[in-house]
Design a binder for this molecule. Structure first.
Ligand SMILES: Cc1cc2nc3c(=O)[nH]c(=O)nc-3n(C[C@H](O)[C@H](O)[C@H](O)COP(=O)(O)O)c2cc1C
Length: 210
């Protein structure tokens, strides 16, 4: 990707802008990614660590980004959920290949409210709501037939058009960012990096070497 020659007062590419907090730039890049990425610009990697500090990472879909943080949903009996309960800090990373951009975000996580989880669950299509009941996510499964049996039972209980309540084992978390790094591809691997770090009541901006 070519870089516009124009830079901001920090000597950074103009696409970084001059915002004193990271959310406006996140929103701008996210909106651009919505057009640039053919499959799903909401996908990100979520890194968690267990109580011994051993990390694990997997892809998720972002379901909200605002001044309160970055929300995602999952099965509360999953590995990630167990790790987040034991160590409520996480890091997430978006990579938009077509834009050659990356955003890394880290910070503490807290569960979303029941009301919020209910509202998001209700917005999902019927199949996904049934699926949330059927999957014992991250638990060993004897065979695919076991899953299909559970699915048939749930479909009989909640046929298409039926209201499907949110399972008690399904909800979300919100990561409240304490640092956000924007990365932009540069020639000769001399990429550009802008880091925002939370201070008491604001954000500190620094430029990092590639
Ligand atoms: C693009 C993509 C998006 C995904 N989105 C979600 C999601 O939003 N929530 C979720 O629980 N799993 C999602 N998954 C599945 C997870 O990557 C993972 O397999 C699952 O959550 C179990 O992870 P765990 O065993 O570490 O808890 C997604 C996978 C991919 C490839």
């Amino acid at each position: 990707m070519s870089h516009p020659a124009e830079t901001n007062p920090h000597g950074l590419n103009a696409v970084f802008g001059d915002e004193t907090e990271p959310l406006p730039l996140f929103n701008a890049w996210y909106a651009e990614a919505a057009h640039a990425e053919p499959y799903d610009h909401t996908a990100f990697a979520l890194a968690t660590a267990d109580a011994n500090g051993r990390p694990s990472v997997r892809m998720l879909l972002l379901k909200g980004a605002d001044e309160n943080g970055f929300a995602f949903y999952t099965n509360l009996n999953s590995r990630k959920a167990a790790e987040l309960r034991g160590n409520p800090h996480a890091a997430i990373c978006f990579h938009w290949k077509n834009l050659r951009r990356q955003i890394r975000i880290g910070g503490p996580v807290t569960p979303v409210s029941d009301g919020e989880a209910d509202a998001y669950f209700a917005s999902r299509d019927h199949g996904s709501r049934v699926g949330a009941w059927v999957s014992l996510q991250s638990s060993p499964m004897a065979s695919r037939a076991e899953l299909e049996q559970r699915l048939a039972e749930l479909q009989a209980k909640h046929p298409e058009g039926d209201e499907v309540p949110r399972p008690p084992h399904w909800s979300g978390w919100r990561l409240r960012p304490s640092e956000v790094e924007f990365w932009l591809h540069g020639g000769d691997r001399l990429h550009e990096r802008l880091l925002y770090q939370k201070t008491g009541d604001g954000w500190e901006r620094s430029i990092l070497y590639p």
